[in-house]
Design a protein around this ligand. Sequence first.
Ligand SMILES: *Cc1c(COP(=O)(O)O)cnc(C)c1O
Length: 823
Amino acid sequence: MAYNIADIAKTLKIKSVTYPEYNISHLLTDSREVFNPEETLFFALKTKNNNGHKYVEELYKLGIRNFVVDSLAPEWETLTDVNFLLVKNTLQALQAVSTFHRDHFNVPVIAVTGSNGKTIVKEWIYQLLGSERRITRSPRSYNSQIGVPLSVWQMNENTELGLFEAGISMPNEMAKLQRIIQPTIGVFTNIGDAHQENFKSLKQKCLEKLELFINCDVIICEEGNPLLDECMTSACLSQKRFTWSYNLRSSSPLLIQSVDRTDTVSYITYSFLGLPFTIELPFVDDASIENVTSAIAVALYLTTSIEIIQRKVRQLEPVAMRLDVRQGKNQNIIVNDTYNSDINSLKIALSFLGQQATEDSQKKTLILSDILQSGYSDEALYRSVLDSARAANVEKIIGVGKHISKQQQIFENIPHAFFETTEEFIESGIWNDFHAETILLKGSRSFEFERIAELIEQKTHETVLDINLDAIVHNFKFYRSRLNPETKMICMVKADAYGSGSVEVAKMLQYHKCDYFAVAVAEEGSLLRKSGIKTPIIVLNPEVGGFNQLFESYLEPEVYNFRILDAFIREAQRRGISDFPIHIKMDTGMHRLGFTEEDLPRLVERLLSQKALRVVSTFSHLAASESWAFDEFTTGQISTFKKLAAALQQGLDYPIWKHILNSAGIERFPEEQMDMVRLGISQYGVSASGLSGLRNVCTLRTTILQIKHIEAGETVGYGRKGKVEHDSDIATLRIGYADGLSRQFGNGAGHVLVKDKLVPFVGNICMDLSMIDVTGLDVKEGDPVIIFGDSLSVTDLAKTINTIPYEILTSVSSRVKRIYFRE
Ligand SMILES: *Cc1c(COP(=O)(O)O)cnc(C)c1O
């Protein structure tokens, strides 16, 4: 659906536009996701971390001609054929335009809110009802003040039912979402204590959530939760409830009579208005039972037959929200998106694909199954697939399925191949020819694309380091928001990004516009350049032997003494280079590298006497910024640095940036942020000073190879160190010190997590294996074991063997496979 820009302007109370001939079919808030620019309206949003007004010129160059802004910049005056819709608040404008769109529809709209399970309940409602009606739903977890208007905008002529998620983190947000979604059917999943920090009480939060439902015909929820029942009564919503309950004496229309479970399936017997029926759910956890009950209640309210519900529940698919990035065979990179295949999630995955393949030579390939239940005609649907793929620079499309194969003519101008089934694709063997490509694998569940993944992925042993890229971004933004907007951030990706993989991490942070990277040695910097990193890179410990790489890859060296300075000037002059960027290190108490006060006059003189190098910044490193006990020393270092930096600045005839804070420094001395800060370990989720609010990034996991019953008195492992006092079950893990598991964890010093229980190591850690005591636990061979992760922190682990988290993270050896994912 498209609207004339003049009509949209009217909605925003703007009387006229200069160029009224434009039609708008796309709303854009993220400057990196341009698609169909002629019909796009860009909203320059101001968030904690960014300001959309910065991207107007860049977007103009890409062909966008319509912008909603809150002020006009003088440099935009030269832009022609462009409409600027000037408003007070661009977010409110986005919401108003979406509301305007919503007003055109008179179809039922379901809104799902609650503390947990929103996305799963939404997706399961979709799976239960999707073949009966054409549903427009929120992509992934788009449930925020920005995500909701973008989701509602997806409604179109074909929509028979809207299905949207709404989430809040602050008071007064829900009323706004209510006006945009205008739901007629409300679903409340449950109330928990997530997002508590901004609310006075759980009751306040619950009442706020209920505002979503003020104009609903019905609210579907559990009966018997005292808080929810009380809030419903206070909000005068009790009369509109359609409830379910575990309490057989309640008057709810839907009652859970019993639940029986096997290892993989639950059988739930309900009674609906007195009629019993049983469903078979392919999940056994309590949360799934609660979530499916909400979804079933919605289906029953919409008069879906019990037979259909029974059939659909049996086929319910898990809602995977991860985008995995894996190393493939033949230098391929595989982005595996097992999320339901639909056009919106395809666009999101394609944009992620773009970030993963920043290297220009890396070809992009899309392997896509039929998209089921889209609500569009096949022709329109696959044309839109082609447009999205083109916009993401995909160079080859492989379609799997009858529907996409029928539409091959649409793809005739792009290299392609089509197969009716996954089996046919596998048998064709064409996947053997993939080489150095970034491959997006995106299939509906029934196409079992995991079979393709298995063929093209590189196999290594099953000890894996999982890296949560979203957590890295969260941590980056967390610090970004604590700093002045002008302060530049240097992200430390030395030591392979503290073990998590410098290329993938740097790509993600470059996408989120970090200002600088720092690595330890020139090779690390060259590797980043080869992978398409364009952001400036500092090399902290350059050696005279590595100069070639510095110049060729445009890496900016830290200069820490006269030897390196003179050698570098000579080499730059020999190459006829001028103004090559360098960073001057001062020693203020670490006594490792750096110039001192006595060096300053000579340093200034040397720098002024040449044109080959230009100082970009000067900095120093704190020796004990995390420790309260040394605060006097730290503040002494800071004031020494200020003195040295000021003297250097005075000597030079151009401005230079100054910086001293590392992670703990940022946390504890934010007033000393100066021009830049250097974010290290905290980026990876470990706060050096114990600050809360960071998210864990890395999880090291392995599996159990064998379990043995050992009698009292026997010993386990080398040197007969692990004496078994009682009869025990001993499990052998496929991880050893060659994987980075320190030998010091052996003989009971360290623990791992098995089924959420802490379990000690027995005997010495071996090179490739290690043993743990699993006596009394219900475990079997092949079960997963966590070495560190969300519930066993690197910090705690480090303490058990008297080291620091830095060492644990950077020790994970290169043979451990890294898997990157986004939530
Ligand atoms: C490693 C390093 C940092 C980052 O330190 P964290 O404690 O990990 O934040 C900052 N500056 C320099 C010079 C470094 O070598």
